[in-house]
Design a protein around this ligand. Structure first.
Ligand SMILES: Cc1cc2nc3c(=O)[nH]c(=O)nc-3n(C[C@H](O)[C@H](O)[C@H](O)COP(=O)(O)OP(=O)(O)OC[C@H]3O[C@@H](n4cnc5c(N)ncnc54)[C@H](O)[C@@H]3O)c2cc1C
Length: 298
């Protein structure tokens, strides 16, 4: 069978198109059509996959007619970001720039302005790519993922949402509605680091870090790493060894050695061999934590 590997305007499969106007109508359709239905948000992942016949949905459920899913707002628990919030909106949002600069920094690193004008945070996470640029910052800030279905709403810590390469914890009939980011520790600094083949390419490795200091010592530390394991991960051992210590070169050396022990890059992945990802994850983790410390000192 001919497989269209070229990015043309042609969608070589037939499907039925649905444009629900409410959450309930959306999950009704997702439940009814099960695995034959795919959600369409910005389409920057889904459409190329359809063109290449990597997925062949029989039903497309476009969620862009539910504007409340695009909200970015402050709530008592922290900040809520709707699944349909565009990456460009996150990059430019004054609220996100003030309270969660890590997320705007990461959003700014995605593809081109054209991609960020279409691509959504929900699509970035539900695509389940280990290199998704919004996954590591959301992990580093301990975000919760909100999921809606006919049975109601539930939420998970984002670390529990990723199962492995290409898999997220979404059952048939479920839709991600958004993310809640709890308040960061007082005075926390953050940084996002990414390396790719080109500035427009997806990450070969990305790292997000959040640090707060107390009396010159690291009080809170979170480090999340992408594209160096089958799913984005937290560098928990490195975080632990840094807590309660001054951010010295020695402490940093010990921490990045522990980073190297927790990443599991795969031999068959394109773009870079495992050794490269291992070394780069150490280097980017050092850079991210160093910059986060500097930001916390300001
Ligand atoms: C040229 C180019 C460059 C790119 N560069 C980058 C990059 O640098 N970094 C990066 O991380 N990504 C990159 N991407 C990938 C993509 O643009 C992003 O992942 C984007 O955020 C996807 O969002 P979307 O709204 O377009 O998702 P869509 O394509 O609409 O959806 C992606 C997947 O998620 C599902 N989905 C979407 N929303 C929901 C929801 N609310 N609930 C349940 N399922 C849902 C869809 O069914 C689909 O399976 C690039 C893509 C292209 C084409």
């Amino acid at each position: 069978m001919y497989v269209n590997k070229v990015n043309t305007h042609i969608l070589p499969i037939e499907f039925e198109y649905h444009a629900p106007k409410s959450l309930d109508e959306t999950v009704e359709l997702l439940e009814k059509y099960g695995e034959d239905a795919h959600v369409l948000a910005g389409g920057t992942d889904l459409l190329p996959h359809m063109k290449q016949r990597r997925v062949e949905p029989k039903h497309i459920v476009n969620i862009k007619g539910i504007p409340e899913l695009a909200c970015i707002k402050e709530i008592p628990e922290g900040i809520h970001i709707g699944a349909l919030a565009k990456l460009r909106a996150i990059e430019l949002s004054p609220l996100i720039n003030e309270k969660l600069p890590l997320l705007s920094e990461a959003a700014r690193s995605v593809g081109s302005i054209q991609i960020r004008n279409l691509g959504t945070i929900g699509g970035n996470i539900c695509n389940a790519s280990p290199s998704a640029d919004m996954a590591t910052p959301l992990m580093a800030v301990d975000a919760k993922v909100h999921v809606y279905s006919k049975s109601g709403e539930k939420n998970y810590p984002i670390v529990e949402f990723f199962h492995g390469r290409g898999e997220v914890r979404l059952e048939q009939g479920e839709l991600v509605t958004g993310f809640t980011v709890p308040h960061l520790p007082e005075g926390a600094g953050s940084a996002f680091e990414k390396i790719g083949w080109t500035t427009l390419d997806i990450a070969t490795v990305n790292v997000a870090a959040v640090v707060s200091l107390k009396d010159g010592k690291i009080d809170h530390c979170s480090i999340a790493l992408g594209a160096c394991s089958p799913a984005p991960i937290r560098g928990v051992l490195a975080e632990e060894i840094l807590r309660g210590r001054e951010p010295s070169a020695e402490a940093m050396d010990e921490a990045v050695e522990l980073i190297a022990t927790c990443v599991e890059p795969r031999e068959r992945w394109r773009r870079a061999p495992p050794e490269y990802r291992q070394r780069t994850s150490k280097a980017l983790a050092r850079d991210a934590v160093t910059r986060a410390v500097e930001a916390a000192r300001r």
